[in-house]
Design a protein around this ligand. Structure first.
Ligand code: MN3
Length: 199
């Protein structure tokens, strides 16, 4: 059994002009495709071939770097494309909005914390909104690590994640990571985030 690069389910042009088609295509086919192929190669003969991606990430700290990095890359991008799916609610509502207010005070306060985590993550990595013991928290991770990993500083179930590697935005935004983070925020499909929140 091996992992497969998922279809996006929408056109590379679907998120224009905020995220351009060329960035989407390279990001999906080359970067995500690369993590997927490299993960399968790294798992071959490792004794972990039958595991789910979640089972692999849970013990990432004990596995070779190629499994940790590519396994994280495989999982993180699956989540990223789903959260950016066109359509759906452009604002959190219902139980998710209640939980956001309980943890952060307001949606604006969540946005401020998330944007700050994304902008201040040094070098390549991800910023997250995650469930840690039923409480929503914001964190960030280096490289392709994520909150499901045993090595994560803040562990939990990711409900929202932004890729802040330069390959996610450099063609359109060059060094302006804050502009990309703002664009991402405006593209979030909150129905998908709610689905992940409910687990
Ligand atoms: Mn990426």
């Amino acid at each position: 059994m091996s992992f497969e690069l998922p279809e996006l389910g929408y056109a590379y042009t679907a998120l224009e002009p905020l995220i351009d088609a060329r960035t989407m295509e390279i990001h999906h086919t080359k970067h995500h495709g690369g993590y997927t192929a490299n993960l399968n190669a790294a798992l071959q003969g490792s004794g972990h071939e039958g595991k789910t991606i979640e089972e692999i990430l849970k013990i990432a700290g004990t596995l070779p770097a190629a499994v940790r990095n590519n396994g994280g890359g495989y999982y993180n991008h699956n989540l990223y494309w789903e959260i950016l799916t066109p359509g759906g609610s452009k604002e959190p509502r219902g139980v998710l909005l209640d939980a956001i207010r309980e943890s952060f005070g307001s949606l604006t306060a969540l946005k401020d914390a998330f944007v700050k985590a994304a902008i201040t993550r040094f070098g390549s990595g991800w910023a997250w909104l995650l469930l840690d013991n039923n409480k929503l928290v914001v964190s960030s991770t280096p490289n392709q690590d994520n909150p499901l990993m045993d090595v994560a500083e803040v562990k939990g179930r990711p409900v929202l994640g932004i890729d802040v590697w330069e390959h996610a935005y450099y063609l359109n935004y060059q060094n302006r990571r804050p502009d990309y983070v703002e664009a991402f925020w405006n593209l979030i499909n909150w129905d998908e985030v709610t689905r992940r929140f409910k687990g």
